[in-house]
Ligand binder design. Sequence first.
Ligand code: ADP
Length: 398
Amino acid sequence: MEAAERTNEAIEASSRPPEAELRYRLLVQGMEEGVVFHDQDGFIRSTNPSAERILRISADGLLGCRSVLERCEPLREDGAPFALEGCPALICLRTGQSEREHVIGIRHPDEHVSWLSFTSHPLRRGDGGRAGVVTSFRDITALRARESESTQRYEEVSNTVRMHDAFLATAAHELRTPLTALRLQVQNLMRLASSGAQLANEALSVKLERLVRQTERVNSLINLLLDVSRMTVGQLELRRSRFDLAALTRDILARGAEEHASVGIVVEVNAEPAIGEWDEERLEQVLANLVSNAIKYGNGGPVRVDVRAEATRAVLTVSDRGHGIPAADHRRIFERFERAHAGSQSGMGLGLWIVREIVAAHGGSVVVSSAPGQGSTFTVSLPRLIPNESPRPHPGAR
Ligand code: ADP
């Protein structure tokens, strides 16, 4: 039974013998909900202790008012000011109909907002005439916070599921392209073999090289997927060794030189020795991702790679003169599956996320400086020593 209905009984009980009245009075006094009675002229005539506690207003402050909201700063659910005509007790007085579960906020003098659920019922005398209105209300602030927390969590989970679906679709598409090429080349070779045609060794090795390149592409895509799942669950383990980042950079770029030249891309390197303790394979990945992006989004222009050593850090920059990236996307592109030029180039939106994860695992940072049409510069800064093993200051040093 609702509080207001229970108190209806309490009113009826006022015509009963005194013990019964006392019992009902105690019942209303002890209720968790706030309860107020309005007489038939609409004035508040009595309240219970919970009403005072919930509203943080004394009974004296409420008695004689037309609405408990008169003494508060009431708010609508959207946070806008609440108009008093909407007070459920006043509506109930006007219409003689019950008003249930109106949610109204109350801003207290200390700015804290309590959300209350109000229900008002008309009171009838024994002869059916109106005797006033009883309003009960309860504090649902904590309940609302829990609800909005679970809505937020639900939205986060739905977003993740949507992102994973999109990722699976892209990954399947990316894998199918080299696999289709691979299948066609194998079928071609099988046809040649079954036709009894003789293939010169040179021609055969060209075809086989192409096959190997496609399998390498499939292999690197699968490695990428494995990396993503490992990094997502935070299992990126570094195998550190001491090496020169400049030498590694020159080595990687020399390996790609032929391919870069074949597509007419000039890659300039300016690398000064920068010795540190890092995971060589992972930094290779960082460099490969940044350089391949600079080529992919670089509009065919030159790419520049710089390595320099500072006292405690090594700094690697990769610059291009391509599309550029609007400032609004600078943070977003480092997130998983996020792309700023979706559709213009194939990709899964994972390269920069992987770069960020690897760099962060080394205790470093990566940032982009770019504007549309102005090219982009990615700067990676890496502590040269394992962060918690930085040399202690010299005893005499301040
Ligand atoms: P992908 O290249 O597979 O889309 P990345 O995570 O490597 O994924 O990059 C995310 C997005 O950042 C790209 O889709 C592109 O929009 C933007 N981006 C990355 N590098 C560059 C660059 N050098 N120039 C312009 N845009 C870039």
